[in-house]
Design a protein around this ligand. Structure first.
Ligand SMILES: Cc1ncc(COP(=O)(O)O)c(C=O)c1O
Length: 228
């Protein structure tokens, strides 16, 4: 919904898109959907930014070049850590005037860094070696989702184009699942009272994902047995 001019409201200047969409269980958003949303925003005089922290996951899942996903955006940020596996780093891209302002804000906010080349080198390595292999993370997430689908006490949040996340709605408090899993060496995250998020990445192989599936199904089976 576009905010209409009203003195009670802030003035809308930017449409912020996210791809993949974290709150939507890491769903990859198609190039057409991105372009359609950007078209509406541009028509209303807004600029368009894509938070592409996981843009390469979206591109791999959709089988498209990442540039196609953001061709209608004015600025794009991508993250070099997360799935790409660099220890740190994000990159923002936009036109020259915008990047001049970005640099100013980076400095103002304390983000200026000397000798950053060593970090940039890790980012360049990630960009040249770790994009195609994101498909393995997606396949591993699909294995985890398949193992848990149909398990009593938990339901997998289904999305049209999944990537490296599995979200689970749980009958018991999410934190209880997280704590039990952590006790067995599986680190997942409580997103809300009854929703947990599991993320696959390059440090998890198929065996580790199988073990995570066993731990989680064991938790739900044990809880149900105890409850019964
Ligand atoms: C969707 C999304 N955007 C942006 C960020 C911020 O990334 P960074 O701290 O590398 O700038 C995150 C970090 O978790 C994220 O999940």
């Amino acid at each position: 919904m576009l905010r209409v001019p009203d003195i009670h409201h802030p003035v809308a200047r930017l449409l912020w898109l996210e791809n993949t969409h974290g709150a939507r269980a890491g769903m990859a958003v198609s190039a057409d959907a991105m372009a359609a949303a950007a078209g509406v925003a541009h028509g209303a005089g807004l600029r368009v930014h894509c938070d592409g922290a996981r843009l390469f996951n979206a591109a791999v899942a959709l089988g498209v070049d990442p540039t196609r996903l953001v061709s209608a955006c004015d600025t794009v940020s991508v993250c070099l850590s997360k799935g790409l596996g660099a220890p740190v780093g994000s990159v923002v891209s936009g036109d020259a005037a915008c990047i001049t302002e970005v640099r100013l804000w980076r400095k103002r906010l304390g983000g200026g860094m000397r000798q950053a080349g060593i970090l940039a080198a890790a980012g360049l390595h990630a960009l040249s070696h770790n994009i195609d292999r994101l498909a393995e993370d997606h396949a591993n997430a699909a294995v985890l989702a398949a193992a848990l689908r149909g398990t009593p006490g938990v339901s997998v949040v289904e999305v049209a184009v999944p990537t490296n996340m599995v979200m689970l709605d749980t009958d018991v408090p999410a934190q209880q699942v997280v704590d039990a899993a952590a006790h067995d060496g599986v680190l997942i995250h409580a997103l809300s009272d009854h929703r947990v998020r599991c993320v696959t990445h390059r440090d998890l192989d198929r065996a580790a994902v199988g073990r995570a599936a066993d731990v989680l199904s064991g938790f739900f089976a044990g809880r149900l047995t105890a409850a019964g």
